[in-house]
Design a binder for this molecule. Structure first.
Ligand SMILES: [Zn+2]
Ligand SMILES: [Zn+2]
Length: 320
């Protein structure tokens, strides 16, 4: 009888499922918090009254607000031109940024600070092309050594076009130079920029909340399923062990009683496997009486040595 043991794969599956459900739950709570923040945030039009409103607020800043305006470049502030380079894991990414503002109905402008720190897909894809890689002999050697084989290169160019309407969610402040600015909230709330209107931004946040919740449930369920499977196997093995012990006790009792002593000397009653011990068990369901209990236990597979049928149960032979 094989000893019960939890395989490394089962443990890994269970651990991974519970870990993933934990991560999904964390993401769910985070996106839930974003949705709650978006529900409370005031939607303000960009005009003269907005500047006046911020001037009278303590600290000259609005912690969290939504604005909607048209993108316009700041040509007269070329000195502030910023260029950011960042490497991605797989391919090279190059981002360049020209300062831009959002213009409201009465030409009031809001400068958008550090737009790359904002989440939300607020740029349009203007170019997308896939290049298949052509491997030279040197490349193949390199790929063999590194174990990484690139399929090709995907070139994507995204751009925020002048004149598009942009929705921004963040902290509104009045800068040192007196310009109204939108920046990432200092209290850690989500900084968002989107090409769609605010209700769509809220819908996106709500749907991501739904998916994180769904994934959390899915992984938790998978973890519980693996745990149940392990428990089931444990119970199954334990039951088999109990039955085996019970059988053994019964055979030992019979041996002690010496019930089969008188048959011991009959040659046609010896076990077909060891040819030594008397046959003392009935293999079920086939019903063959062909071996001793010790040989039955030593069978590599629970199959009858005569007819190869699976052995469901074994009972001692009672001689009268
Ligand atoms: Zn035997
Ligand atoms: Zn049989």
């Amino acid at each position: 009888m094989a000893e019960f043991s939890v395989t490394a794969t089962e443990l890994f599956c269970m651990g991974a499922s519970f870990a993933m459900s934990g991560i999904c739950y964390y993401m769910y709570r985070r996106s839930r918090a974003v949705v709650e923040q978006l529900d409370r945030v005031p939607n303000l039009p960009i005009d003269e009254s907005l500047i006046n409103l911020i001037r009278v607020t303590p600290g000259e800043s609005l912690q969290y607000a939504v604005i909607e305006g048209t993108v316009k470049l700041v040509w007269n502030s070329l000195s502030q031109r910023a260029q950011t380079d960042s490497e991605t894991t797989i391919l090279h990414e190059r981002s360049s940024m020209v300062p831009f503002v959002l213009v409201g109905s009465d030409e009031t402008t809001v400068r958008v600070q550090e737009p790359f720190h904002a989440s939300g897909d607020y740029m349009e894809t203007v170019h997308e092309k896939f290049y298949h890689s052509v491997s030279t002999f040197g490349d193949i050697i390199g790929q063999y050594l590194s174990g990484v084989k690139p399929k090709g290169q995907l070139e994507i160019e995204k751009m925020l076009k002048v004149g598009t309407t942009l929705t921004g969610v963040g902290e509104l402040i009045i800068d040192k130079d007196g310009t109204l600015s939108l920046r990432a909230p200092t209290n850690g709330a989500e900084y968002l920029l989107s090409l769609r209107d605010f209700s769509h931004v809220k819908d996106v946040a709500l749907s991501s909340t739904f998916w994180w919740k769904f994934l959390f449930g899915l992984y938790a369920l998978a973890g519980v399923a693996v745990f149940s499977w392990i428990s089931f196997c444990y119970y199954h093995n334990l039951k088999a062990l109990w039955r085996q012990e019970q059988e053994q006790r019964e055979f030992e009792r019979l041996n002690a009683a010496g019930l089969q002593d008188e048959e011991d000397n009959q040659p046609d009653n010896t076990c077909v496997i060891c040819l030594n011990q008397p046959r003392n068990c009935v293999l079920l369901d086939c019903g063959h009486v062909c071996c001793c209990y010790r040989c039955y236990q030593a069978l590599p597979q629970p199959r009858c040595p005569i007819c190869r049928q699976a052995i469901i149960r074994v009972v001692p032979v009672h001689h009268t």
